[in-house]
Design a protein around this ligand. Structure first.
Ligand SMILES: C[S@@+](CC[C@H](N)C(=O)[O-])C[C@H]1O[C@@H](n2cnc3c(N)ncnc32)[C@H](O)[C@@H]1O
Length: 323
């Protein structure tokens, strides 16, 4: 029989597309790897295990709690770094590491632990303070952001990062009901606003929400607050410059904004010469840096989606450094 404490524990973070990502990393002994999103360590430990004790694995995370949980769990050849992955190159340089000859992995977004802990403020499923910072040691909270930005700024964030077409109406409702202090207050406000405007547009709740109505707004605020897309852009640039020829970059995304960015980046880095097609001679001298290994994004199998609903929206893309 399970004891009652055990029953209360939320499910642990299940690493998404673990086998597929390890296969694409093409793990080899004696090489150096980076897991830029260490989280609960699922991928990190798998890299350390697969590449063996002669390899070195750097595990980066912005979240101090995640790294705290990992310390003591990881073998000696894993080094943990508390930082934003946008600073990966600088952090590695301080350790005198300028090249990664194995591979770099990023499994983007939030972990199950972050979502499950009400005080982190990431989830509309729990009531808690509106924090939403991935790095709890710095930066403004979602509460500060929501209560200080103008209606236009909020509308822009919700529309751009949540792809929420009722962004303007939600922003107006937020400004009217300020101060907004809790995740429940925000999710109720978004749900009632959407219900009202979707009804006006002739879409009742029945045909309405396939996801929780606050999903897109929470995603938007989290992305803006944590500057996720800016960090991802810098990370991708630096990853390519760090990789040695033959080393791999593997990225798992969870929404279309991230996936589009990764897809376009891989495409651009795999292209040589961007001169106009009619120009007889190349003057741009651009060389392709990467070979795309995943022509189409790899997605989770039906079996994995059944076992772990988080994997439903995941897309995995990978490239190999050429020069
Ligand atoms: C989906 S989880 C990773 C889970 C991990 N692969 C595992 O198997 O346990 C994403 C992690 O990335 C971290 N993260 C998100 N953005 C980050 C950034 N810009 N820099 C560093 N870590 C980041 C989050 O704090 C979170 O712990």
């Amino acid at each position: 029989m399970n004891d009652s404490n055990e029953q209360e524990l939320p499910p642990p973070h299940i690493p998404v597309m673990l086998k597929e990502s390890m296969d694409l990393l093409n793990l080899k002994e004696g090489k150096t790897y980076v897991d830029a999103t260490a989280g609960a360590g699922g991928h990190l430990l798998s890299i350390a295990h697969g590449a063996g004790s002669t390899s070195t694995v750097y595990g980066i995370d912005r979240d101090i709690d995640a790294l705290g949980r990992l310390r003591g769990l990881v073998p000696d050849n894993v080094k943990l770094i508390h930082s934003n992955y946008s600073r990966m190159k600088e952090e590695l340089a301080t350790l005198n590491i300028h090249t990664i000859d194995g591979g770099i992995l990023a499994d983007l977004g939030v972990s199950s632990m972050q979502l499950d802990e009400p005080h982190r403020g990431f989830s509309f499923m729990n009531d808690g303070p509106l924090d939403m910072r991935m790095d709890q040691s710095r930066g403004m909270t979602a509460e500060e952001l929501l209560n200080s930005l103008s209606e236009n700024e909020l509308a822009d964030i919700i529309f751009r990062y949540g792809e929420e077409r009722f962004g303007r109406q939600i922003a107006r409702a937020i400004v009217r009901q300020r101060p907004i202090k809790t995740t429940r207050q925000l999710s109720d406000l978004v749900a009632s606003t959407l219900r009202k405007f979707q009804k006006q547009k002739g879409r009742g709740e029945k045909g309405g929400f396939s996801k929780h109505p606050a999903t897109r707004t929470f995603q938007a605020i989290r992305i803006a607050l944590n500057e996720e897309l800016q960090s991802l852009e810098k990370f991708l640039e630096d990853a390519v410059s760090l990789l040695a020829p033959g080393a791999r970059l593997v990225v798992i995304t969870f929404h279309s904004l991230e996936d589009r960015l990764v897809k376009q980046f891989l495409r651009s880095e795999s292209t040589s010469c961007v001169c106009p097609p009619r120009q007889p001679l190349c003057t741009c001298n651009k060389k392709s840096q990467l070979l795309i290994i995943t022509r189409k994004p790899v997605v989770a199998t039906g079996e994995e989606v059944l076992a772990n609903v988080r994997s439903r929206s995941a897309k995995l893309r990978a490239g190999e450094k050429l020069v």
